[in-house]
Design a binder for this molecule. Structure first.
Ligand SMILES: [Zn+2]
Length: 462
């Protein structure tokens, strides 16, 4: 998933260290990647996550992992997940590597070539899932096999979970595993998709660590009225009730409320912000009590910064009336909210209701949101990411982020397992193709990401 609003940073520095290619380890990673891409794992009759889980289980078996540490399990025939345990000394509690195997449907006629045939060309790997999320899955599989071959003994068990139905479908593997088989996936912390390196205008700029997600919630607003002949208007008009109330909502702003992650984001971003006034404002909002004037200036400058600092609610749809010559019997609106982690849906609903300030308007929930707790940034994880980023991508800064889209991390965070979106495979912020046509990942970037994951897992497991 790279649908999160990407950070905008103005200073691009550093280029990636060129890594030697085509080591046996890289060749194996490539073949695992190819195998995964060529197994259709869409939520359609043609797709099966189970097939992909079984194929990866076979890889682990061949690499000598004990049968008892390889589990293929799930709640529906085509939705089996894979959980593999790489045993450590047990000195520390386990860490979990999480990647989803399912992909968004891709149609041959929409693509320049078959989306389920792995293809290398013009410096890219092409195929459905190359970026979301089979690149990461293949890197995890290849890395655990490599560590096993090297005789690496971690201080903690390293658990790998490759799961179903992150994108769509009724059998979300991450939530199923955490609820039904907590013992298999229980960990001190977890690494998942959702973060990653950004390339801007050809330059490697930031490596994002995603530790938090905003919550998506739609509210339906509705006013009903007896209506009547439009030649005899009355003050009690459904459309006016609604539009006047929406005008009040448009003027309302939720309070500025930073958390550890967004504070870190502004602090870090200030380091590379070329406009001194903006940098000063970033530092001012990052203080324990955010400076209100600075926050207002940043909000006005960039919607993304505004969205980082507060819960937002905005009218996105409007409907009403049934004839040009009749008083409206109905007026409706949809209000879409992106709620900060830790803020309850109920409190937002109450605030909206108070702001609309009209008892004629009823408000109801359109969707059932899953609350999403933020993860506390762990020094061991952050230090490892910082060090390895410095080693592999000199000049790139590590930035904690809160994303506006959701990943499976929320199920683990909500279960008390801090989960971080970390990915050393850099991608161009202006060329995001996940869920789209001709999805691809740079060949060089894929192998850099592979090396990044190897160093990261080794560092965190010791
Ligand atoms: Zn994804």
């Amino acid at each position: 998933m790279r649908t999160l609003v990407q950070i905008i940073l103005w200073l691009g520095v550093g280029a990636a260290t060129a890594l030697a290619q085509s080591t046996p380890h890289e060749q194996r990673a490539r073949s695992i990647y190819k195998e995964l891409i060529e197994i259709n794992t869409t939520d359609t009759p043609a797709g099966s996550v189970t097939k992909a889980s079984q194929a990866m289980a076979a890889r682990f078996r061949a690499a000598g992992f004990p049968e008892g540490d390889i589990k293929v399990l799930g709640p529906a025939p085509t939705k089996f997940n894979l959980v593999v345990r790489y045993r450590g000394t047990g000195a520390k509690r386990p860490m979990l590597l999480l990647a989803h195997l399912d992909v968004v449907e891709a149609l041959r006629e929409d693509w320049s070539f078959d989306p389920f045939v792995f293809r290398e060309g013009d410096g890219y790997f092409y195929g459905r899932g190359t970026s979301d999320d089979k690149g990461m899955a293949s890197q995890f599989v290849a890395t655990l096999i490599r560590l096993k071959e090297e005789g690496f003994t971690p201080d903690r068990d390293v658990i790998l979970a490759l799961t179903a139905d992150e994108e769509t479908g009724d059998f979300n593997g991450a939530s199923w595993l955490v609820e039904q088989h907590r013992d298999l996936v229980d960990a001190e912390f977890a690494i998942n998709e959702g973060g990653g390196g950004t390339i801007r205008k050809g330059k490697y700029v930031t490596n994002e660590v995603q530790a938090s997600e905003k919550l998506y919630q739609d509210f339906a607003l509705k006013v009903t009225n007896a209506g009547g002949h439009s030649s005899l208007p009355v003050k009690d008009n459904a459309i006016y009730h609604l539009t006047n109330a929406l005008a009040r909502l448009s003027a309302f702003e939720f309070p500025v409320q930073l958390n550890e992650i967004t504070r870190g984001y502004f602090e870090r971003s200030a380091e590379v912000e070329s406009d001194a006034a903006v940098a000063a404002d970033m530092r001012a909002v990052a203080r324990p009590t955010p400076d209100a004037a600075a926050a207002a200036r940043l909000s006005a400058r960039l919607p993304y910064w505004n969205s980082m600092m507060r819960t937002t609610c905005v009218a996105t749809r409007l409907g009403g009336g049934h004839a040009n010559n009749a008083l409206p019997q109905l007026a409706t609106a949809n209000v879409n909210c992106r709620i900060l982690p830790g803020v309850s849906v109920e409190s937002v609903m109450k605030t909206i209701s108070e702001t609309l300030a009209d008892p004629a308007i009823t408000i109801s929930l359109v969707n059932k949101a899953t609350p999403s707790q933020a993860a506390t940034l762990r020094p061991d994880v952050m230090n490892a990411v910082e060090r390895i980023t410095r080693e592999l991508f000199p000049g790139v800064i590590v930035v904690p982020v809160m994303s506006t889209g959701a990943t499976d991390s929320l199920y683990f965070r909500n279960a008390g397992i801090p989960t971080f979106g970390i990915d050393g495979t850099f991608g161009d912020v202006d060329d995001v193709r996940s869920h789209g046509r001709d999805e691809r990942v740079g060949v060089k970037q894929y192998f850099e990401g592979l090396e990044f994951q190897y160093r990261l897992i080794k560092a965190l497991a010791k």
